[in-house]
Write a protein that binds this ligand. Structure first.
Ligand code: NAP
Length: 327
């Protein structure tokens, strides 16, 4: 009887320990490269994985700019990073990826006021209930993909001017369940499911990474996709109901810490000699094969680029908003 009870208790405990070990086992970035004289821009760097990346890059002496949508959260993160690193060259700028006009304002000011951009890290993300952006895009696609697509395009001249430079796009392994329909990027014609939409937004970023590599590698801009691994952050805060509560509990017990989740992103941003892997996906500080489930969708990369250009009017002059405001 005693053996049976001990056995019954041991099985779940061992399962949890094995799961925890396999999820949390992390390869840490070993590069000691300094970033003195380099400018780094990271979206959503005010908390979670992004803040740990910003902190590490600030430690390396870079000029770190956190793009975030909330002044108080931005200020708090900057103060914390300055205190921890003694690097005073850390700032935040307001950017709401759920608003094309905020992205345009941000890019206009950044282009005018910053001399260079050496590393762009597209990290911010939304995962949660159905919602729309200020421009009526489905929110997950709008923030995670369309917003970052427009941001990249509006900062392209600055990137070209600073070449060789890098773009690091933060993905999730959920891209494997994504489905791209270039005629319906908002998913209006499919039954809404927030995690599927999240997967689709991450697949879109993967295709964006591949297309950016094709188009701009020759001009010295290399692009990388990175999956940080399952990490205990506030990303799941918007997941509703009992399932959301259970998921957050599981994340606390099993998932990586934000420092662990940040490692592959830091590594891809700083390590030397990875240009030949531009356009590829990194996990645990190394290139990994793509999930075979998405292999039939990779041909859509250039169509997706064109469809997104049309959707967010990439070619619209960046000063137009300014003119509108003055009228
Ligand atoms: N955590 C994981 O298990 C996991 C796994 C795979 C991939 N990832 C990816 O890792 C990246 C970082 O996520 P995280 O886990 O660190 O989550 P997080 O702590 O929730 O951070 C997300 C960041 O995105 C920002 N953000 C959300 N909506 C925004 C908007 N409209 N405009 C500007 N910023 C916005 C958030 O700002 P606020 O603080 O203002 O909300 C926050 O700074 C994401 O790309 C995520 O998809 C995470």
């Amino acid at each position: 009887m005693v053996y049976a009870i001990v056995g019954l208790l041991l099985v779940p405990i061992l399962t949890i320990l094995i799961l925890r070990y396999s999820i949390k086992r992390t390869t840490f970035c070993k590069s000691t490269r300094r970033l003195t004289g380099k400018t780094i821009l990271i979206t959503g760097g005010n908390c979670g994985i992004g803040r740990e990346v910003a902190l590490d890059l600030a430690k390396r002496g870079g000029r770190v700019i956190i793009a975030c949508r909330n002044k108080e959260r931005g200020r708090a993160a900057v103060e914390q990073i300055k205190l921890a690193t003694n690097n005073q060259d850390v700032f935040f700028r307001i950017l709401d990826l759920a608003s094309l006009s905020s992205i345009r304002d941000f890019a206009r000011d950044f282009n005018q006021e910053e001399a260079r951009l050496d590393i762009l890290i597209n990290n911010a993300a939304y995962l949660g209930p159905k919602d729309v952006t200020a421009d009526n895009f489905e929110r997950t696609m709008g923030v995670n993909y369309i917003g970052h697509f427009l941001l990249f395009n509006l900062l392209l001249d600055k990137l070209k001017h600073s070449a060789p430079c890098r773009v690091v796009n933060v993905l999730s392994d959920s891209y494997g369940i994504g489905h791209i329909d270039t005629d319906d990027l908002n998913g209006s014609f499919v039954k809404y499911d927030s995690y599927s939409m999240y997967g689709t937004s991450k697949l879109a970023i993967l295709l964006f990474t591949m297309e950016a590599d094709k188009s701009f590698k020759d001009e010295g801009i290399t692009s990388y996709a990175v999956h940080p691994g399952a990490t205990n952050t506030s990303l799941l805060r918007n997941w509703p109901g009992v399932f959301g509560t259970v998921l957050r509990l599981v994340a606390m017990i099993l998932f990586r810490s934000p420092v662990e989740g940040a490692q592959s992103i830091i590594n891809t941003a700083v390590i030397g000699g990875i240009e030949e892997f531009s356009g590829k996906l990194f996990y645990d500080c190394k290139v990994i094969e793509l999930d075979h489930k998405c292999s039939k969708q990779l041909y859509k990369a250039s169509m997706l680029w064109k469809a997104t250009e049309a959707l967010c009017e990439t070619n619209k002059p960046i000063t137009q908003d300014e003119e509108k405001k003055e009228i």
